[in-house]
Design a protein around this ligand. Structure first.
Ligand SMILES: NC(=O)C1=CN([C@@H]2O[C@H](COP(=O)(O)OP(=O)(O)OC[C@H]3O[C@@H](n4cnc5c(N)ncnc54)[C@H](OP(=O)(O)O)[C@@H]3O)[C@@H](O)[C@H]2O)C=CC1
Ligand SMILES: CC(C)=CCC[C@@H](C)[C@H]1CC[C@H]2C3=C(CC[C@]12C)[C@@]1(C)CCC(=O)C[C@@H]1CC3
Length: 354
């Protein structure tokens, strides 16, 4: 499918609701990305990989309302479950011959708590703009262990995506074809929230920040290991966007009340993108770039000016090769462990059934 003079795009799968053979897009930034991609190129073949097929159907119907001829497939995927990722990857391999873009959009922030004291302290400090842009020191979460024995935030925001990429390598790493994965990271990703000794963040209170920092590291390692096989990885930050994720932080009535203040803050920090359409700016921009022209150490930020103009800006990530390499090795180790555990438990189930 000719996109412009020299870009050809075939299948596009978005997971958690706009995957390019991998992205989650039932709502929020993912769905906005799908809308934008189809507006850009109506002939794309999208695959929405979602955990809730009812919501996925609704997303598909909404896309078809504005793009009647679009090709939008659905795939069941709970990226936080090892079994579901393996099954979804099998299905993708059966359905598609290659993947051009895999948008890794699914993300959770369970039980968020805002530190009100830190908020008011920050409000009257020189650090106020940084506080609004990154939420540093403002947010904590309570994480749980999932049925695979992994921390839920780590499993959903990082490890499930990693496993999916590993499973889809036959489609993503083809020497005669370039494939792209795009991580939706965050300005909240912070080195100090991440510990290599506790990569799942079992002991801390900032699993979201930790998981997003880990995705920044992993993207760098993927580029080092996979560029020669035609796979390129990029990281974006959508800015602060009003979605189900942010509505989970404060009651929606409160957000509505402070919306005029948010528009005002946008004059001082261009990171308040606020709408899913604006938040998808960097994702859309990356879609149009040649992968060789991108910086593997940059995070591409969706930004919106006080006057409402959208643009994408690369900013250097606080990451280093050594740490990214160690994380990559630890994820490969964990992959072996979860695969072994799963096959043992499947064998147990089979012998129980006999
Ligand atoms: N909103 C913001 O200000 C910011 C968001 N981000 C990131 O952007 C991404 C999109 O979030 P956003 O659109 O804001 O929030 P939403 O909650 O609207 O979207 C998150 C999407 O992820 C899906 N998802 C969550 N868990 C799973 C799972 N286990 N398996 C499959 N899909 C799953 C959700 O599916 P379902 O519909 O079933 O719940 C939903 O479609 C996330 O990674 C988030 O961390 C980053 C920075 C800022
Ligand atoms: C007056 C006003 C705007 C009050 C809101 C204060 C906080 C609730 C927000 C300030 C910065 C925000 C922020 C996020 C959530 C809401 C805030 C903490 C995110 C953490 C949401 C998810 C991300 O990935 C990054 C965001 C950074 C900024």
């Amino acid at each position: 499918i000719p996109i412009n003079n020299n870009t050809f795009l075939g299948e596009v799968c978005l997971h958690a609701c706009v995957y390019l053979p991998s992205v989650t897009l039932c709502s929020g930034i993912g769905l906005a990305l799908c809308e934008r991609l189809l507006t850009e190129e109506s002939q794309l073949r999208l695959c929405l990989a979602c955990r809730n097929l009812q919501r996925a159907e609704a997303a598909r119907a909404s896309l078809l309302t504005s793009h009647a001829d679009a090709s939008v497939d659905l795939l069941h995927l709970d990226v936080g479950s090892v079994q579901s990722v393996l099954a979804a990857a099998q299905e993708v391999k059966a359905r598609y011959g290659r993947i051009d873009f895999l948008y890794l959009n699914a993300g959770i922030m369970p039980n968020p708590q805002v530190n009100v004291k830190a908020f008011f302290k920050g409000l009257f400090s020189w650090n106020v703009i940084n506080m609004f842009a990154t939420a540093e020191g403002l947010l904590t979460q309570q994480d749980l262990v999932n049925s695979d024995g992994l921390q839920e935030v780590f499993a959903t925001n990082l490890f499930g995506h990693f496993l999916l990429i590993r499973e889809l390598e036959p489609l993503l790493c083809k020497t005669d074809h370039v494939s792209r994965v795009v991580w939706t990271s965050s300005s909240n990703a912070r080195r100090s929230a991440f510990s290599m000794e506790d990569m799942e963040h079992r002991n801390g209170t900032e699993p979201y920040s930790s998981s997003k920092y880990a995705s920044d590291l992993l993207s760098l390692a993927l580029n080092r290991h996979k560029n020669s096989q035609g796979l390129f990885s990029s990281v974006i930050c959508p800015g602060l966007v009003m979605t189900n994720l942010t509505y989970g932080i404060l009651p929606s009535g409160f957000w509505t009340l402070i919306m005029p203040i948010m528009w005002l803050i946008r004059i001082f920090t261009n990171t308040f993108t606020l709408t899913p359409y604006n938040g998808a700016e960097a994702l859309h921009w990356l879609f149009l770039q040649k992968p060789e022209s991108l910086d593997p150490r940059a995070k591409y930020h969706s930004l919106t000016s006080g006057l409402g103009t959208n643009y994408t800006q690369p900013r250097q990530m606080d990451i280093d090769e050594g740490t990214s390499e160690v994380l990559y090795s630890k994820l490969l180790e964990l992959e072996k462990v979860v695969r072994r555990t799963l096959s043992e438990s499947n064998a147990d189930k089979e012998s129980d059934g006999q």
